[in-house]
Write a protein that binds this ligand. Structure first.
Ligand SMILES: Cc1ncc(COP(=O)(O)O)c(C=O)c1O
Ligand SMILES: N[C@@H](CCOP(=O)(O)O)C(=O)O
Length: 468
């Protein structure tokens, strides 16, 4: 399998290269040259099979001959063996036609673990085969950071630097990043918002001298391997609910558009999907885009669903590339306008194409709290604020015929204050995570400034390895 950049001007790469590269060198995001197809008979056969077996069948065509099949299978087994639920991503019915797909049974209680547990192992494997090291830099609005640190802590071939917005993540999220004591883990609290952190990460990738000096790699969903691992649970849920014989809809709490793009990929691979519904909080750039055809950034508002406090939604570029027939110059034009003026217009054809597969809805703070409260009282099920946003939007898009799956992206115990205020019950952290709540924290506070981040990373490389 080969990969091409959304902007059409970067080298065509194989899976292992894409895994280590993160962002393409033309500033774009990698996409597979074509979508592997999964036949209806294969989808039907996924029902009831162990998660790891389905994962291997879905992921292997994307990996091609970059990694030996036995090694890939071992890494998949180890990744999902670490989940605390035997089904890995169980489906819970919350209404006659609606289900929550619980994606938070991994080590850090968020859906990020599903991909990150595998990504850590894949990167380590490829680096070891090549005798290389990498510097991983990631931006987080709360969950990617903890999941990445958990996946890479103590690994000898990688240093991991996570940029998070100071004071804008929950205490549990912050402690997952600041309490690991391994020397290769670096939590950087930036005085800005998530979009500032993400812009700095992209800036580091576009500063080629720095990128090459530190052997920069990325773990955000700009890295195609993240998306690949997330495609699996769409097939697992779809098959459990009757696919390929009946279509299924998914509502996805959305920020950086990675998770829902994985659903789009599953659909392109043959999963019958009725609707992909984008659910946002008041940071609703994606809802406005679907309504008006104009992608326009505005200021970020802090909410009780901090991981979705995002305006620049990276993976939308992948969807735009698809809708524009992989026309790199059209995508480059849109991204240049976004950089220059903070907005771009989507032409009528591509917009109609996007609207055929996607719907969208927003959920404000009062609606989030009300949804947590009513779901607890009526269904006895405790939602975290991100999943509650999905549940609220899903209710408005529920249709008879196709079951609706809401992606449960985080465990309520990651956001105990918001959940307690809304439902009147305080969700408990699993016992294994309790020591973290009184452990010593270690973080560096930096301005939201690319040069300051570069200096910090290079100083570390000099101190530890005598290089750079
Ligand atoms: C709990 C939670 N829900 C939803 C999202 C949004 O996912 P995505 O950025 O893939 O759209 C995130 C962050 O990415 C998250 O951490
Ligand atoms: N919500 C995310 C933001 C980063 O998203 P990613 O999927 O691109 O890593 C977070 O919790 O950090």
């Amino acid at each position: 399998m080969k990969y091409i950049s959304t902007r059409g001007e970067a080298p065509v790469l194989d899976f292992a290269e894409v895994l280590l590269q993160g962002l393409a060198r033309d500033g774009g995001l990698y996409l597979p040259e074509s979508w592997p197809q999964v036949s209806p008979a294969t989808i039907a056969g996924f029902a009831g099979r162990p998660y790891a077996e389905v994962a291997f069948e879905v992921i292997a065509p994307f990996v091609g001959d970059s990694i030996a099949p036995e090694a890939l299978r071992r890494m998949i087994d180890a990744s999902y063996g670490a989940f605390r639920h035997p089904a890995v991503t169980p489906l819970i019915q919350v209404a006659p036609n609606r289900f929550v797909l619980e994606l938070f049974h991994g080590p850090t209680l968020a859906f990020k673990d599903v991909a990150m547990q595998l990504l850590g192992r894949l990167m380590d494997h490829v680096l070891a085969e090549r005798g290389q090291r990498a510097t991983i830099v990631g931006a987080t609005s709360g969950d990617t950071g903890g999941a990445a640190i958990e996946a890479f802590r103590g690994r000898e071939r990688t240093d991991v630097f996570i940029l998070f917005p100071d004071g804008r993540v929950s205490e549990v999220q912050r402690r997952q990043m600041t309490t690991p004591s391994e020397a290769n883990v670096h939590a950087l609290a930036l005085t800005g918002n998530f979009d500032d952190c993400q812009a700095i990460v992209k800036g580091l990738f576009n500063h080629f001298a720095f990128r090459d000096r530190v052997a920069l790699s990325g773990v955000n969903s700009i890295n195609w391997a993240r998306i690949v691992a997330q495609i699996v649970y769409y097939f697992v849920a779809g098959a459990a609910l009757g696919a390929p014989h009946r279509p299924v809809s998914f509502t996805v709490p959305t920020g950086n558009f990675g998770d829902i793009f994985a659903g789009y990929a599953a659909m392109k691979m043959g999963l019958p999907v009725e609707r992909l519904v984008i659910a946002t909080n008041v940071n609703d750039i994606l809802v406005r885009t679907l309504e008006t055809g104009r992608y326009e950034t505005r200021g970020v508002t802090a909410t009780t669903a901090p991981s979705m406090d995002i305006q620049v939604s990276s993976n939308f570029e992948r969807l735009l590339a698809e809708a524009c027939g992989r026309d790199g110059s059209a995508v480059r034009g849109a991204m240049n306008r976004l950089a220059q003026s903070g907005s771009f217009e989507i032409a009528a054809g591509p917009l109609a194409d996007i609207r055929r597969s996607f719907a969208a809805g927003r959920c404000d703070e009062a609606e989030t709290a009300a949804t947590i409260g009513t779901t607890w009282r009526e269904a006895g099920y405790l939602l975290d604020p991100h999943t509650a946003i999905g549940e609220h939007v899903a209710r408005a898009h529920d249709r008879p015929g196709a079951p609706m799956v809401v992606l449960g992206t985080a465990h309520p115990a990651k956001f105990p204050d918001a959940v307690e205020a809304a439902a009147g019950v305080r969700p408990d952290l699993p016992e294994r995570l309790l020591p973290m709540m009184s452990a010593v924290e270690r973080q560096t506070v930096l301005p939201a400034d690319q040069a300051a981040v570069e200096r910090h990373i290079e100083a570390h490389a000099r101190a530890v390895r005598g290089t750079v």
